[in-house]
Design a binder for this molecule. Sequence first.
Ligand SMILES: Nc1ncnc2c1ncn2[C@@H]1O[C@H](COP(=O)(O)OP(=O)(O)OP(=O)(O)O)[C@@H](O)[C@H]1O
Length: 318
Amino acid sequence: MIEVKGLSKRYGPKTAVDGVSFTVQPGMVTGFLGPNGAGKSTTMRMIMGLDRPTSGTATVNGKPYAAHRAPLTEVGALLEAKAIHPGRSARNHLLALAATHRIPARRVDEVIDMTGLTQVARKRAGGFSLGMGQRLGIATALLGDPRTLILDEPVNGLDPEGVLWVRNLARYLAGEGRTVFLSSHLMSEVALTADHVLVIGRGKILADAPVNTFIDAETQKTVLVRTPDATRLAELATSDGVTIASDEPGLLTVTGLDAPAIGELAAREGIVLHELTPQTSTLEAAYMALTADSVEYRTGEPGADTPAEAAAPEGANR
Ligand SMILES: Nc1ncnc2c1ncn2[C@@H]1O[C@H](COP(=O)(O)OP(=O)(O)OP(=O)(O)O)[C@@H](O)[C@H]1O
């Protein structure tokens, strides 16, 4: 379990993390989402004792990281900065780490096997592709068979097979009762992997909820209706709290009424329906709705009149 209380980090005038409190529970995968520069990596680094908080506390399995006598068996982390000697082989890197943490050498071969690195384990890590480097980072995180895993962008650089592997691994580890905390920019991936999401924007926690609760809270349910009598149905369905949009003749997107209510209204009025489809909202839509005001680095719309907004400097936010 990870417990963070009132955690803040300031870099000079910049507040990277602003008094965040949350708990990451064992037995599930928690996704950590937020726009670029929102404070995800800084938060994870403070949990791992790599950055000193300006204020607040972070504990893993009940203690600050540095207070654990055998930290690698408590927490395994994949963080962005790679601390591996480029001339060393992956196996030797893991063996050296195992030796200094009293982890048996056979565990090195286990994690090499688990992460699919067997073919390249004796090659210089300096020649590794981004994906192989990620696998080695995950192997390093798993080395101590830790109860808690912190993975910053674990699918970065992985091919589709690698992405699927990380998803299955994260779910498997959570299924064993471990705490799995991972950040990702890939919303569809987080939707498939995580049970719970924490959303951070400009250093503050914006949401802390089960994935489905978060999606329901941040998005409006819509129903797609196809009918040759669209104008009449739209007139009959319009009331307080109901909005109807029509992007093409005969097609309505209804917000504020569910599919059974629309179907029953149509039946009462003798209106023929060709399609009645509840639209499922996505994690991406919920995330976009929530973080719209928290984006630090915003790009202009393609084809918009003012393309100069791309990579706007800090402080130029709206
Ligand atoms: N060492 C540092 N010195 C100064 N500012 C920093 C430092 N590290 C991070 N920051 C700033 O703190 C803020 C949070 O950065 P952080 O890397 O935690 O965000 P993030 O959510 O991980 O972003 P990304 O998704 O782009 O990785 C950013 O504005 C960043 O520029």
